[in-house]
Design a protein around this ligand. Structure first.
Ligand code: ZN
Length: 258
């Protein structure tokens, strides 16, 4: 009898652990800092690429000093700078804002044609099981056009993002093979993420890319991963502690993202 009690406890503990974790690791979006903080000009974070990669193998963001756009694809991090080139990223580099997940598609959407960003997002809207969850979206193949931008490296004192994007570099990539990496963020989290769809792009040969402003393609498949879990890690520095994040910056989002 004495030896059977711990066995029962073990079984109970295992059952409890299963019941307590219905969301798998791959079903969680991990985000560092908030989009509002970036809009406010908080361009220095403490999260390293080594730490970010532990939280996901797919995603996007930017780097400290707002030094270009970030793509995370198949576990590798890429830096897409304003010179239009892609740079390798050291594990010691840090980010002020990034979002990643372990991508595992649970839905595929065949898209015969999308003439622009709005047409693509209208089709995705119809396919998403809810507008109230996060989703990761991946589209791979040949694109007629992908218009990408990147943001220039900043030095303190930092200007708000809406000022900085006036100096962004825009690259209209034509007839290009590559991958769209992005997320859908529910409207009710508009100060935390970029509300709606936020896409970055990198070419198949990993030489060009950036934040997607517009795109056009035919006959590609969107792979979609629903993310009911959300994990938010906030910066631990004086700039974040003292920043005024009470201001409504929603009108700035349109100028910055589109
Ligand atoms: Zn972006």
């Amino acid at each position: 009898m004495r030896s059977r009690l711990p066995a029962k406890l073990c079984i109970l503990l295992i059952l409890f652990l299963f019941a307590a974790s219905p969301v798998q690791a791959g079903d969680t979006l991990f985000q560092y800092s908030t989009f509002d903080a970036l809009l406010a000009g908080l361009y220095e974070g403490g999260l390293t690429m080594a730490e970010l990669k532990k939280r996901g193998n797919f995603g996007l963001g930017t780097f400290n000093n707002l030094d270009g756009e970030m793509v995370v694809l198949n576990g590798k991090v890429y830096q897409l700078k304003t010179d239009g080139k892609v740079y390798p990223v050291a594990d010691t580099m840090k980010t002020p804002l990034a979002a990643v997940t372990f991508f595992k598609a649970d839905q595929s959407l065949a898209i015969p044609k999308a003439n622009n960003f709005q047409e693509l997002t209208a089709l995705l809207d119809q396919a998403l099981v809810s507008k109230n969850l996060f989703f990761a979206v991946q589209i791979e193949g040949r694109f007629k056009e992908v218009k990408v931008r990147s943001v220039p490296r900043q030095t303190p004192p930092y200007q708000p993002l809406v000022q900085v994007v006036k100096k962004q570099a825009v690259f209209p990539l034509k007839e290009v093979e590559g991958t769209i990496v992005g997320f859908y963020c529910p409207a009710y989290l508009k100060t935390v993420g970029v509300p709606g769809y936020h896409f970055h792009f990198i070419t198949k040969d990993r030489t060009q890319g950036g934040h997607v402003q517009d795109l056009a393609f035919e006959n590609l498949t969107a792979r979609i991963d629903a993310l009911p879990g959300f994990s938010l890690l906030l910066p631990q520095n004086q700039e974040f502690y003292k920043a005024d994040l009470t201001k409504d910056r929603l009108h700035e989002v349109e100028k910055v993202e589109k």
